[in-house]
Design a protein around this ligand. Structure first.
Ligand SMILES: [Zn+2]
Length: 92
């Protein structure tokens, strides 16, 4: 039902996303974003994270490492395996 013959897959787009944003391109105007609600939401998330990172770090440009962190965070999120919050509770 989905006519995506001329569109790239979400996976392919998301692989390019950090590069797109990192290069200063207007990712929001990308054809895939225009047609994919999922990736639009993802882009919004990424921009929120990037914005937060800019405010946290006293640097102008986020290092490549930052995108690796974001990427792995996305992968964790999309695989359904969230951060392990089961910290050992000291039993006294
Ligand atoms: Zn998509």
């Amino acid at each position: 039902m989905i006519d995506d013959r001329k569109k790239m897959s979400c996976a392919a787009f998301q692989a390019q996303l950090p590069e797109l944003i990192g290069s200063g391109a207007d990712a929001a105007s990308h054809p895939h974003i225009q047609s994919c609600e999922l990736c639009r939401a993802l882009l919004a998330d990424l921009e929120t994270i990037a914005e937060a990172a800019r405010q946290l770090l006293p640097i102008v440009e986020p290092p490549d490492e930052l995108w690796e962190h974001i990427e792995s965070a996305i992968k964790k999120e999309s695989s359904g395996a969230g951060p392990d919050l089961t910290e050992p509770v000291p039993s006294t």
